[in-house]
Design a protein around this ligand. Structure first.
Ligand SMILES: C[S@@+](CC[C@H](N)C(=O)[O-])C[C@H]1O[C@@H](n2cnc3c(N)ncnc32)[C@H](O)[C@@H]1O
Length: 249
């Protein structure tokens, strides 16, 4: 755990408080998470995630780690790309989210070579130089120590492997006021109506604003050891896909 204070949305909190509060958010939203994603993004998250997995250039035999996998949307898109030699490790710190994911993926018949691990991204329990790809979708902004998590992920990737991050980002200036009105006024109300939980969706809006923009995140990946880093904006920068390579062990 880092000693330095961090934030939970707009509140300054200790690292321990952040871990606890983020855990409480995902305990609270787990049952409604999938429907809320569709409602909040008007379905756009499905297209973002499909494109994200497309950019990962998955080979059939790849060993993939899906960090902050939640209810398994990314895993579900990755699984059909693998053969019997490939494997996906579905990893999340929250037991409720992971269990929803396990049930959903099992109901879809996705069983083979999928392993579930409850762990925090800051301290991942895998051996070094192990994965061809690590995917991290909409998880990073919730982490207590993002730099530590990126370093922990870096160690696990094989030389020649890649980290791919899909995350809310800084939209273009012209859409900022519409986006602000949407996320601070409409989003918590929708959260209240659909999930009976406006606070978690207020946190979502605030955590997006506190998350580093595209250029800063690229510097963070480089500081963690990644090379040939780049990013691609989707939907005018509402979200972006970041990619970093590990070139040597
Ligand atoms: C917004 S959900 C994203 C789920 C999924 N990847 C998706 O794109 O739908 C964020 C997930 O990050 C997980 N999470 C939060 N902090 C974490 C941490 N420190 N380590 C691992 N997972 C974490 C939460 O439990 C939650 O399931």
């Amino acid at each position: 755990m880092p000693e330095k204070p961090t934030h939970f949305g707009y509140q300054d909190v200790s690292p321990e408080e952040k871990t606890e509060k983020v855990g409480a958010v995902f305990d609270s939203v787990a049952g409604k998470y999938d429907i809320m994603n569709d409602v909040m993004s008007l379905g756009a998250h499905r297209a973002w995630k499909r494109y994200f997995v497309h950019t990962a250039s998955i080979r059939p035999q790849h060993q993939v780690l899906d960090v902050a996998a939640g209810t398994g949307d990314i895993t579900a898109l990755l699984a059909p790309k693998l053969n019997a030699n490939g494997a996906i490790f579905v990893c999340d710190s929250n037991a409720a989210m992971l269990e929803h994911g396990r049930q959903r993926l099992t109901d879809c018949g996705l069983l083979k070579n999928i392993y579930y691990v409850q762990a925090r991204a800051e301290a991942l329990p895998f051996s070094e130089n192990n994965f061809d790809r690590v995917t991290l979708a909409f998880g990073l902004r919730n982490f207590t120590d993002k730099d530590q998590a990126l370093r922990s992920i870096f160690k696990l990737i094989k030389p020649g492997g890649q980290l791919l991050v899909l995350e809310f980002s800084k939209p273009k200036k012209w859409m900022s006021s519409i986006y602000d009105a949407y996320s601070f006024k409409l989003l918590p109300r929708m959260g209240q109506i659909v999930a009976k939980d406006s606070e978690s969706y207020q946190y979502l809006a605030e955590s997006i604003r506190k998350h580093p923009g595209q250029e800063t995140l690229q510097l963070m990946l480089e500081a963690a050891g990644f090379e040939q880093c780049d990013f691609l904006n989707l939907s005018g920068g509402i979200v972006s896909i970041h990619r970093g390579h590990k070139l040597t062990a």
